[in-house]
Design a protein around this ligand. Structure first.
Ligand code: ZN
Length: 204
């Protein structure tokens, strides 16, 4: 049950749960107050309890709000920084964006390499810590890091093309790079961008 009370002139919200507990329990988490008390404890006793603890509650609330990671989280999408509302989970938001943007980037990369002499590998998306993508040539599977949605589209395409080139050359040999620069002449610029952006795109 959501309730409100005036503590030192401030209107404070709290959630009251009726439980089989002995005392009145008070818990503050992420700037929210949770009270539990037995059914038999009258509301006036609970409010009395809150009033007596007002100073402590107010300072604990202020501290808990400060500790909150950041009410609004910032994310990167296609090279631009956006602010997400506090109630949106960044990880699942990024996953959703990745699910429709990265297959599109992969298609663009495939357009560049479709005549290279191999059939189109399956695409998988996964959150990864240390790499933008990977390719298993023997299984014809390419995985792209969901964090790649933060990078500009041409960089997303460059990474997908890099992985597709591994279907021709599984290593990072000279022949691999010759092929890659043939299909993505601008690869160097994308690689530099991704190198410098790795910190904020992957570890946000
Ligand atoms: Zn590689």
């Amino acid at each position: 049950m959501e309730r409100q009370i005036l503590l030192n002139g401030q209107s404070i919200r709290y959630t009251l749960s009726r439980k089989q507990v002995k005392n009145i329990n008070l818990r503050i988490r992420n700037g929210e107050i949770f009270i539990s008390a037995a059914k038999s404890v009258p509301l006036s006793v609970i409010e009395d309890f809150l009033l007596r603890k007002a100073a402590w509650i107010l300072s604990a609330l202020a501290e808990s709000k400060q500790k909150e990671p950041n009410c609004e989280s910032t994310v990167w999408l296609c090279g631009e920084q956006l602010t997400l509302p506090p109630d949106v989970n960044r990880d699942s938001w990024q996953k959703e964006q990745a699910a429709h943007l990265l297959p599109a980037a992969y298609e663009q990369a495939w357009e560049l390499l479709k005549d290279a002499g191999f059939s189109k590998p399956a695409l998988r998306l996964r959150k990864m810590k240390s790499r933008w993508g990977s390719c298993i040539p023997s299984k014809a599977v390419i995985t792209l890091n969901t964090a790649l949605v933060g990078a500009p589209v041409d960089c997303q395409v460059a990474v997908a093309a890099h992985e597709l080139c591994h279907m021709l050359h599984p290593n990072h040999s000279k022949a691999f790079y010759t092929a890659l620069y043939h299909y993505v002449p601008d690869y160097e610029r994308c690689r530099n961008y991704l190198k410098s952006a790795q910190g904020f795109l992957i570890d946000l």
